[in-house]
Design a protein around this ligand. Sequence first.
Ligand SMILES: Nc1ncnc2c1ncn2[C@@H]1O[C@H](COP(=O)(O)OP(=O)(O)OP(=O)(O)O)[C@@H](O)[C@H]1O
Ligand SMILES: [Mg+2]
Length: 222
Amino acid sequence: MKLIELQTINRQYKLGQTQICALKNINLSFDKGEFTAVWGPSGSGKTTLLNLIGTIDEPSSGTILINGKDVSKMSDNQKSDYRNNRIGFIFQNFNLIPVLSAVENVMLPLQIRNVKTAVAGKKAMQRLKEVGLEHLAGNRPDKMSGGQRQRVAIARALVNDPEVVIADEPTANLDFATSISIIEIMQKLNKKDQATFLFSTHDQRLLDRMNRLIKLEDGRLV
Ligand SMILES: Nc1ncnc2c1ncn2[C@@H]1O[C@H](COP(=O)(O)OP(=O)(O)OP(=O)(O)O)[C@@H](O)[C@H]1O
Ligand SMILES: [Mg+2]
C-alpha cells in the first residue's frame, strides 16, 4: 500500500465568472520515506498540490488516499487529528511566534497535544540539537537569521515525529548557500526518521539534489 495516493485529482477555483484549473488530472503516489521536490514556475499549482496532501484543502474531483483511507470520507475531527499528529508543516515565511523563544516555538505542537511541559521541552531541545541550534534555544526569532529561523521551523515540524513533512517553498526567502544547507538538514532528517518529505521550490539550482522530482506546468504533471 502507498502512503499517499492521488487519483485523477482536479482542483478548480472560481474567480468571479472565470474558472481557474489549478490542478488537472493529477495521478501521483508517494511511499514511506520518500524525499520529493515539486518544481514548477509561479502559478503552476505547487501550493495547491501540497495543501491537498496536507488536507488543508479539498479537490474538486478525484480521490486522495492516505494509508489507503479516502480523505473525503474522513470527518473534520479525523482530518485535524491527522494534521496534528501525522503531518509537520514548514512554510516559506517560517511562521514562528515572535514572542516565544526558539525552544518554546518547537514545543508548541506538543503542547497542543497536552504533552507535559518537561517532556515537551526535552523533545524540543533534542530537535533543536539536530538542526544545530541548541545554543540559540532561548533566543526569539527576531534575534535569528532567516536560515536559523527556518531551522527552528524544521525542528518544530519534526517534534511530533510526523509521518509526512510538507514544506511549501522552504528556501524561497533564503540565499543559495543557506538554501542548500536547509535542504541538507531535511535530507539528513529524512534518512534518520524515515518520514516522507514533500517540498516545493521554483529554484532550479536545487533540483540536482533531489531523489525524486515532480514537475508541474500549468496544473499538469510534466
Ligand atoms: N484561492 C484561490 N482563488 C483563486 N485562484 C487561486 C487560489 N489559489 C490559487 N489560485 C490559482 O491557482 C493556480 C495555482 O496556484 P498555486 O498557488 O498552487 O501555484 P504555485 O505553483 O504555488 O505558485 P507560486 O510559485 O507563486 O507559489 C494559479 O493560477 C493561482 O492564481
Ligand atoms: Mg506556492
